[in-house]
Design a protein around this ligand. Structure first.
Ligand code: RUB
Length: 302
């Protein structure tokens, strides 16, 4: 949880693999490849839900494998992987900027918006809308149990935006005042269902009932290729201690602490990606275009 937010998780994984490659004392490409493979699997185990993690690792390991098959020498192997890693990070940062530019157009002067958790993509939309001179109100939920909403509130204040901070359960209470909801995504399935911080699907339900527009901001590497073959996205369940102090006194208490939930496509008006705005039902085409058959062949490994 030191590194959190699906985009950051992807960039950090790539940075880590680059460091493993550059700092390794392996004497040949084969040994270094197996070191990278081990590191890739350890990284994969760290957060099960954010699809940006396997997608970024798949990108890096695909290049590592191709270079190994080509029979390049160790220096070339390291140098090329360094370049590929840096390219991924730069592209990922540009994707967030583009989402900000595209999404900011959706905010009108005088709007009231609401957000949940702490999404870099959503923050960029709000930042760019504010920078372009639009005035709007932002409701920020505290996002129990780990209070990522506090981070969002701080980020917004740093940009000169003064948020309205509310408890999660007040989202329905204020929804009638809200014109647009903006949330990020940890994963998007082929049918357009969006996995994001627990509480997102409740917010979508409240928005639907209040006829408030519900928008998701997500880079294209958050779409899950595994869902093309019917696999489900795993929802991370975290330690009970995040909710309540466990001990003898409440030893009979059963605690469930899922970190994410699934918002069905029917409740989502649009997904804002770096390529443009799509209806959730168009997710299949994003997956087809972004990943291609080559990478899908390697799904069984990462
Ligand atoms: C973070 C979270 C964010 C998405 C998108 O959860 O749910 O909404 O990851 O973030 P956690 P971004 O704090 O458990 O990682 O737009 O920054 O990728």
């Amino acid at each position: 949880m030191k590194i959190r937010g699906a985009g950051r998780i992807a960039r950090y994984a790539i940075k880590t693999l680059k460091q493993v490659a550059l700092s390794s004392s392996a004497s040949n490409v084969e040994i270094l490849y197996s070191e990278l493979d081990r590191a890739a699997h350890r990284l994969l185990d760290s957060r099960p839900t954010a699809v940006s993690l396997p997608n970024s690792i798949r990108y890096f390991m695909h290049h590592a494998e191709a270079l190994q098959e080509k029979g390049v020498d160790l220096t070339h192997f390291k140098e090329t992987l360094k370049e590929k890693a840096e390219k991924f990070i730069t592209n990922s940062e540009h994707a967030v900027e583009n989402i900000g530019r595209i999404g900011a157009r959706r905010i009108l002067d005088g709007d009231t918006v609401m957000t949940h958790c702490n999404s870099t993509a959503v923050l960029e939309i709000l930042r760019q809308a504010h920078k372009s001179g639009k005035r709007f109100e932002v409701y920020v939920t505290e996002t129990r149990p780990r209070f990522q909403g506090r981070l969002t509130a701080k980020d917004l204040m740093r940009e000169g935006i003064s948020p309205i901070f509310i408890v999660d359960s007040a989202m329905r209470y204020f929804m009638n005042e809200v014109d647009k909801v903006f949330v990020g995504a940890d994963a998007i399935a082929v049918n357009g269902a969006v996995v994001n911080k627990i509480g997102t699907s409740l917010m979508a339900l409240a928005a639907n009932e209040a006829r408030t527009t519900f928008l998701v901001a997500a880079e294209s590497y958050k779409f899950s290729p595994e869902t093309l073959s019917g696999e489900l996205i795993r929802i991370e369940e975290r330690d009970a201690k995040e909710i309540i102090r466990t001990g003898k006194k409440n030893s009979l208490l059963k605690i469930r602490n899922p970190s994410f939930d699934v918002t069905p496509p029917e409740y989502i008006d649009a997904i804002i990606t770096e390529k443009g705005v799509i209806p959730p039902q168009a997710s299949f085409w994003v997956l087809q275009e972004m990943l291609g058959t080559l990478i899908l062949d390697e799904l069984s490994f990462y």
